[in-house]
Design a protein around this ligand. Structure first.
Ligand code: SD4
Length: 327
């Protein structure tokens, strides 16, 4: 199923209509916001936690785990496409709005990287663990090992090896995320709990066929995710190297602190990136998403095609299509 019809089905389950554009996304106060079409089931799981009076941290962890466990989602958790040497390596971060945070980079063999990140936050004096150290820590914490490279992902990697052409495609997250040849799918999810606290999580296997050891923006606090109870939260998706160059999520939160609403804050940072990088980002997609503490939601992208799931306190979910700098 391709773009509009799939979106209509997903959104129809909740509201019967597909929201288009920022204005509609802003209309009802939101309590959950997440990237791409696959944010819809993630928000549903997160909202169930909210209904049970769970914390914002519990909400976003539950949502992120839905994408991680989905074997057909070709690059979050199990089923993710590997690096160019055939290893699936996961990056994840989780944080609340009071400066507590944990992250893992290049984690192998563990499905729920976001939950390992949460253990880093809660059970270590550190913020980030990487590679073998992260894996050893996860095993000590009782996480099970799983083969993350599925036959489908392995076949895609072997096909890729025939050309070894590393050219991430814009919006592949929505185009092919169920079993196709997508090369990156990150879920970034932002939540506001019933007590007014915020949290966020971001989890990915990063760019498919990346160099071994490559880490993008997603697990890096301030780049892939930023949360501040005083202001709001932001996350990003797309080419991580671009988001890192402008400290994307943190720049959005600071723009909101300075008084911009979420969509305007995202737009300001995307425009800044475009000025900074010019032709170097000609084929790239970068999208930013933000939720402020009043429940205003917004997103903005370099180019068309970025969608995000917005859920209100009653559990109504709709997909919004972000405006973009380029057409
Ligand atoms: C990365 N930003 O690893 C991630 C990829 C991504 O949707 O967002 N894909 O660079």
């Amino acid at each position: 199923m391709s773009g509009p019809s799939r979106r209509a089905v997903l959104a129809g389950a909740a509201t019967g209509a597909v929201a288009t554009g920022i204005a509609q996304a802003d209309a009802t106060p939101a309590v959950l916001l997440s990237t791409w079409d696959f944010g819809v089931p993630a928000n549903a799981a997160a909202h169930a936690v909210r209904q049970a009076n769970g914390s914002a941290l519990d909400m976003v962890e539950a949502g992120a785990r839905v994408a991680e466990a989905d074997v057909t989602n070709a690059s979050v958790g199990i089923g993710g496409f590997p690096d160019r040497e055939g290893h699936v390596t996961l990056d994840a971060v989780i944080m609340n709005g009071r400066g507590d945070m944990g992250a893992v980079c290049a984690l192998e063999d563990i499905v729920h990287a976001v939950s390992v990140a949460r253990r880093v936050m809660e059970a270590t004096p550190h913020v980030i663990l990487v590679g073998e150290g992260a894996r050893t820590f996860a095993l000590e914490q009782g996480f099970d090992t799983t083969r993350l490279l599925t036959p489908e992902a392995e076949a895609a990697w072997r096909r890729w090896l025939e050309t070894s052409d590393y050219a991430p495609r814009a919006n592949s997250e929505n185009a092919d995320w169920r079993g196709g040849a997508s090369d990156h799918d990150t879920i970034g999810i932002l939540g506001l709990d019933a007590r007014g606290h915020m949290a966020g999580a971001c989890t990915t296997s990063g760019m498919a066929f990346k160099m071994r050891g490559r880490v993008g923006d997603s697990p890096i606090p301030g780049a892939g995710l930023s949360v501040d109870d005083e202001v709001g939260a932001a996350t990003g998706t797309g080419v991580g190297e671009d988001i890192l160059r402008v400290s994307g999520a943190n720049a959005v939160v600071e723009a909101m602190r300075a008084g911009l609403d979420p969509s305007a804050a995202c737009q300001r940072v995307i425009e800044r990136l475009a000025r900074l990088r010019g032709d170097k980002i000609a084929d790239h997609q970068v999208a930013l998403l933000a939720l402020d503490r009043q429940g205003r939601a917004g997103g903005y992208a370099l180019r068309p095609g970025f969608t995000y799931a917005v859920t209100d306190a009653a559990g109504e979910t709709r997909l919004a299509r972000a405006e973009s700098l380029f057409s």
